[in-house]
Unconditional design. Structure first.
Lengths: 114, 113
């Protein structure tokens, strides 16, 4: 079974530029998550989708971050414009529906904002 | 809201020695508890979880964790570590509703020969 795919793996941009990350979850997983993991901290949930609807985006900085999952499968997370403090690893995870089902994580995208 | 505390940011240990990684949580409702492991340049992998039932849960590679409700703890233990156990370990908590998974800051386990 293929795992969660993410691209790119690494990205370096300058502040005020825009960037987009892509995630393809495990086939059949209805729930998709985007996490931000800043160096030295645990992952923090940015947004959770159930199929193509948003379940929780309370910690998403909506003035600069946006995410979509138009067909209920793959998803894109965008930052525009980027700030220095956005430097982090962005993790995508997916799970089958249910409150305690295991989340499977992708390898992440390491973003460096200069 | 729930929270997780991992007091040890780094735990150095020699190969074949026992290890305990501490995790304490705070929540006003019933919770599910998880340990995730992150190897270098890889995503997080679920190591073990407590949902209900027996308070002692085990993983396939020799780790175990015990849910202690009175002490609000879920410490991770292994009686004899290997070099390959070197990784970052994250404790996480989720209430039994649909609240999000909350992670601790992680503990880096460094196993040396």
């Amino acid at each position: 079974e293929a795992g969660v795919a993410q691209s790119p793996r690494y990205k370096i941009i300058e502040k005020r530029q825009s960037v987009a990350f892509w995630c393809n979850p495990i086939s059949g997983h209805a729930t998709l998550y985007w996490y931000q993991q800043i160096l030295g901290q645990g992952p923090k949930l940015l947004i959770q989708f159930q199929n193509n609807g948003v379940v929780d985006d309370s910690q998403l900085p909506k003035d600069r971050f946006s995410a979509e999952r138009l067909k209920g499968v793959d998803s894109t997370l965008k930052i525009q414009p980027a700030k220095l403090e956005d430097s982090a690893v962005y993790l995508c995870a997916s799970s089958i529906a249910g409150s305690y089902n295991e989340q499977f994580f992708g390898p992440g995208t390491r973003l460096t904002v200069l | 809201a729930q929270s997780v505390t991992q007091l040890d940011s780094q735990v150095p240990v020699f190969e074949e020695a026992p290890v305990e990684l501490r995790c304490n949580y705070s929540s006003s409702v019933s919770v599910y508890l998880f340990w995730y492991v992150q190897y270098p340049n890889q995503g997080l992998q679920l190591l073990l979880k407590y949902l209900s039932g027996s308070t002692l849960v085990e993983s396939i590679n020799g780790f175990e964790a015990e849910f202690n409700k009175s002490q609000t703890s879920f410490h991770l233990r292994k009686p004899s570590v290997h070099i390959s156990d070197t990784a970052e370990y994250f404790c996480a908590v989720k209430n039994t509703g649909f609240q999000k998974l909350v992670f601790g800051t992680g503990t880096r386990l460094l196993v040396s020969p």
